[in-house]
Write a protein that binds this ligand. Structure first.
Ligand code: C5P
Length: 193
């Protein structure tokens, strides 16, 4: 049976960095599930049809990391049929040997509730906004606004809202250097293996 690491948390909490590091450390496959929602939103048209017809090329669009693509993603992500259309791809990805790391909002709660390790990565709003603004070269106050609006939508929606699984290990990266956050995550996985 493949080993599954589920990582959830709000935008720019550090979950993507931790997910990539764990995948490389343990030799596992990695899927940034936010990309599926970003690509669906960016494709335009009927979001349910776009999610069903998503192709690998759609995941390569150059504009998917922008704040606008994040907002579009969070709007289509509230539609249950969109989530259902993207579910199967995620399940297939998670079944790969020797293991997989998936990061998103509902991996530990909905997509892979039986994952061997569940992490919930958080950081203060200010730190998350500063990190993402530096990454995208944008204004910190605008970014804070954008992240808070998106987190609110993601946590308050009826379909698979953002929340920690009851058995998730919480990692707060507010005051952690990247290396410390990664070391904490590796230790959590090692103790579950
Ligand atoms: O993680 P990222 O910021 O790329 O995600 C973009 C948006 O996609 C999120 O704000 C959220 O609305 C949605 N998403 C989701 N479930 C996931 C991953 C992302 O609803 N598993």
């Amino acid at each position: 049976m493949p080993f599954i690491i589920a990582i959830d948390g709000p935008a720019a909490s550090g979950k993507g960095t931790i997910a990539r590091a764990l995948a490389s450390h343990f030799g596992f496959h990695h899927l940034d599930t936010g990309l599926l929602y970003r690509a669906t939103g960016a494709k335009g048209g009927d979001p349910i049809v776009s999610a069903r017809d998503l192709t690998p090329d759609d995941l390569q669009r150059p504009d998917l990391r922008s704040a606008a693509a994040g907002q579009a993603a969070s709007r289509v992500a509230a539609i249950p049929e969109v989530r259902e259309a993207l579910r199967e791809f995620q399940l297939r990805f998670a079944s790969q040997e020797p293991g997989a790391v998936l990061d998103g909002r509902d991996i530990g709660t909905v997509i892979c509730p039986d994952a061997q390790v569940k992490l919930y990565v958080i950081a203060s709003d200010e730190v998350r906004a500063a990190r993402r603004a530096a990454e995208l070269g944008s204004d910190v106050a605008d970014m804070l606004n954008e992240l808070q609006q998106r987190d609110r939508r993601d946590s308050q929606r009826a379909a698979a809202p953002l929340r920690p699984a009851t058995d998730a290990i919480v990692i707060d990266t507010t005051d952690l250097a990247i290396e410390q956050a990664i070391a904490t995550a590796i230790a959590a996985v090692q103790s579950a293996r």
